[in-house]
Design a protein around this ligand. Sequence first.
Ligand code: AQP
Length: 329
Amino acid sequence: MADKKRVFSGIQPTGGFTLGNYLGAVRNWGVLQDEYKCLYCVVDLHSLTVRNDPEVLKKQIREAYAMLLASGVDPQRSIVFVQSHVAQHAELSWLLSCYTQFGELSRMTQFKDKSQKHPENINAGLFTYPVLMAADILLYDADLVPIGADQKQHLELTRDIAIRFNGVYGDTFVIPEGYFPKVAARVMSLQQPSDKMSKSDPNENARIMMKDSSEAIVKKFKRAVTDSDSRIVFSDDKPGISNLISIYSAVTGKTTVEVEAEFDGKGYGAFKTAVGEAVADILAPIRTEYDRLLADTAYLDKCMADGAAQAAEIAAGTLLRVQKKLGIR
Ligand code: AQP
């Protein structure tokens, strides 16, 4: 563990994973395991900012954990755990909140978006969410954080908090860098390409879920909103087609130019079917492995317990370091 650089990232368990979660974040998690010591976390505390049925949430935490493993995260090589199983996350979050300004949190776009979407439940947790995220990352001295582009602002805030703390108390935290995919860092809605693909989108056709059947995936791509002409080119004034090109490029490894050449003169129908089939092909084996893992209750329980124990050991060391700096130990 000592020599390898560290990677940390997390994902909320509620609502299942979208193709955006996969291409923007989770797919990279598996890849990074060769080079780095990785810690991956199902961030269940983060999902409490919205109301959840406890029984459903319990199930979703296991499903999210199984989906990470099915997507290539290897619990033998990485530390894979559930956030609430490691008490230090919440504790460091409080300490860091005293080093975070109200104004900084007020500027977070996710807070603004979510409070607009859910005016009936603008809770303090929604507001301080980025501080908990900072605690998640800083607890493990992460050098690199593989996330989608929508989380860039939160990572910047994490860096600001860490730099501020280090400035006052001397070197305490590692300052993390973001790691973003070259293509599909922001997968957009299939129905409203100006918005990001989001798991809570009320329109099911707007999002591809990793658990969707291959038929459903192809059907959703066929219904995807495109643009008024029929040219398959990547450009700012063609957000629908550009989103599909990015997705196709991410799943096939072809460049944008290669994709444009492949579908030159072929029309939207053929292109949308090809994108749907390519996505369905990469998600199908993941789904099969997911079903197998989910049925293996004992294995999942053991992985979760081992992951939490390993994470807690590191987290306890970091927290003690911070407490000493603050004079509370
Ligand atoms: N559309 C996306 N494109 C690329 N990356 C994405 N990520 C999320 N959506 C996209 C990345 O996935 C990781 C985990 O995200 P999260 O747990 O913060 O949850 P979420 O999916 O971002 O939740 P939603 O969809 O935002 O929830 P609702 O529907 O409530 O609005 C992160 O690395 C994120 O960047």
